[in-house]
Design a protein around this ligand. Structure first.
Ligand code: 6PG
Length: 478
């Protein structure tokens, strides 16, 4: 038997992806370093479609029809290189290796180049949606040569999630590392969304005085409006869950130290390198980091703060509405920042990424899926060169309408001593964008004072330096 596609690496993501291909009528060669996993996949799910189990790499490659398409689903980093090194010598010109892991886009660029030189196609594909997505329809972000995408298109389109209008959530993102880059930014935005939701929860609980089950109800209501999204939906589910052992709200028995596998951190590191301000995503990564520093938190636990009782019921209701507006406005800022990064990288690496197409394939399947993304898509459809999402007429109007409540929510949080790094950073970003002049003028003057780093003037061209230590005469410094 020949198989139309192969999956190697049968941990839960790989297994579910293989099943998804099989359920969609494709014959799938399956392979794993330890053959037991391959056998159990076929034993447990063999009736879902056609699987061709292979014990060795040679057997696996031989089972694939040409051009061979093999999906690698192993841990990002060393294991991916090891699998490529094992399979590449067995492949022939025109065959396609797809890396569906959360690889760093620079690794993908390196691998794509190396394999291209050997006549092989390498497609670094970001895949979002967790285990369930892999099985029922993920959002797929493939990068690499366009001709390799063409060889994959029907398969990817059939296993991908479908947006509400029926369009599959996959598209060719761009060459080499573009797919993994976009997946990385997806995760950065995911971090920001989660942090903002956390801040909203904290405010409703500590300031609003609501119990977790009541907050679940508030999130459910929000989920029917403009915040309608998977992450808001699961937040309500989590908050309404009771711990079986203690009878307490589940959220109260979970240790409050958030972990991270690294994609959020990569997003911020890369943003710094590209010179793109992504303060919302950065605050989300730092907030996770802070939560994990037990020793810092213990040392800080006794420090003074304000002491204010929760609001009474009528005020709490009004406050909840402010929090919704703060959450929405802050979310808009994070998305604007994320897209700035995509647009900057697209220029830098010559990827020619269509910003609206990215929004389109995030509408379903992925972790940040949301009704909102349809509107992001429309904003870029109206103006593909939009410098920031905040300048889109509709979003600008919404953020303008939300700003007063947003400020109140941040002010209340500050007065009451609740940390809202995401809300506050987003608001500061908004205010900085709005401001005609920034104190950066003073920064430049200081730099010139202590280091003769020079400055430009508002009223004429050129580069200048003031002789601060002498008679403060201004000299040209071109
Ligand atoms: C997705 C998720 C997925 C994974 C994250 C979790 O899009 O399906 O983003 O990739 O769940 O890597 O990341 P952290 O462990 O860093 O929170």
């Amino acid at each position: 038997t020949t198989a139309q596609i192969g999956v190697t690496g049968l941990a839960v993501m790989g297994r579910n992806l293989a099943r998804n291909f099989a359920r969609n009528g494709y014959s799938v060669a399956v392979h794993n370093r330890t053959a037991a996993k391959t056998r159990s996949l076929v034993e447990d799910f063999g009736d879902e479609g056609t699987f061709v189990p292979a014990e060795s790499a040679e057997e696996f490659v031989a089972a694939l029809e040409r051009p061979r398409r093999l999906v690698v689903m192993v841990k990002a980093g060393g294991p991916t290189d090891a699998v490529i090194d094992e399979f590449a010598p067995l492949l022939e010109e025109g065959d396609v290796i797809i890396d569906g892991g959360n690889a760093h886009f620079e690794d993908t660029r390196r691998r794509e180049k190396a394999l291209r030189e050997r006549g092989l196609h390498f497609v670094g594909a970001g895949i979002s949606g967790g285990e369930e997505g892999a099985l029922h329809g993920p959002s797929i972000m493939p990068g690499g040569p366009p001709e390799a995408y063409e060889a994959l298109r029907p398969l990817l389109e059939s296993i991908a999630a479908k947006a509400p209008d029926g369009v599959p959530c996959t598209t060719h993102i761009g060459p080499d590392g573009a797919g993994h880059f976009v997946k990385m930014v997806h995760n950065g935005i995911e971090y920001a969304d989660m942090q903002l939701i956390g801040e909203a929860y904290e405010l409703l609980r500590d300031v609003g005085g609501y119990a977790p089950a009541e907050i679940a109800g508030i999130f459910r209501r929000w989920n029917e409006g403009r915040l309608d999204s998977y992450l808001i939906e699961i937040t309500a589910e989590v908050l309404s869950h009771t711990d079986a052992e203690t009878g307490k709200p589940f959220v109260d028995v979970v240790l409050d130290r958030a972990e991270q596998k690294g994609t959020g951190r990569w997003t911020v590191q890369t943003a710094l390198d590209l010179g793109v301000p992504v303060s919302g995503i950065a605050e989300a990564v730092f907030a996770r980091s802070l939560s994990g520093h037990a020793e810092l938190r213990e040392a800080g636990a006794g420090l003074p703060g304000p002491n204010a009782p929760a609001l009474d019921a009528a005020d709490a209701e009004q406050f909840a509405d402010q929090v919704e507006q703060a959450l929405y406005a802050s979310k808009l800022v994070s998305y604007a920042q994320g897209w700035n990064m995509i647009q900057k990288a697209s220029e830098e690496y010559d990827w020619d990424i269509a910003p609206g197409a990215v929004a389109a394939i995030w509408r379903a399947g992925c972790i940040i899926r949301a009704a909102f993304l349809d509107r992001v898509r429309n904003a870029f459809a109206a103006d593909p060169g939009l410098p920031t999402l905040l300048a889109d007429a509709e979003f600008a109007k919404e953020i303008g309408e939300a700003q007063s409540a947003w400020r109140s929510a941040v002010a209340t949080a500050t007065h009451r001593g609740v940390a809202v790094p995401g809300f506050a950073a987003a608001l500061s970003y908004y205010d900085a964008l709005r401001a005609g002049r920034l104190p950066a003028a003073l920064t430049q003057a200081q730099r010139d004072y202590f280091g003769a780093h020079t400055y430009r003037r508002t009223d004429r061209e050129g580069v200048f330096h003031t002789l601060w230590g002498e008679d403060r005469r201004e000299v040209g410094a071109d």
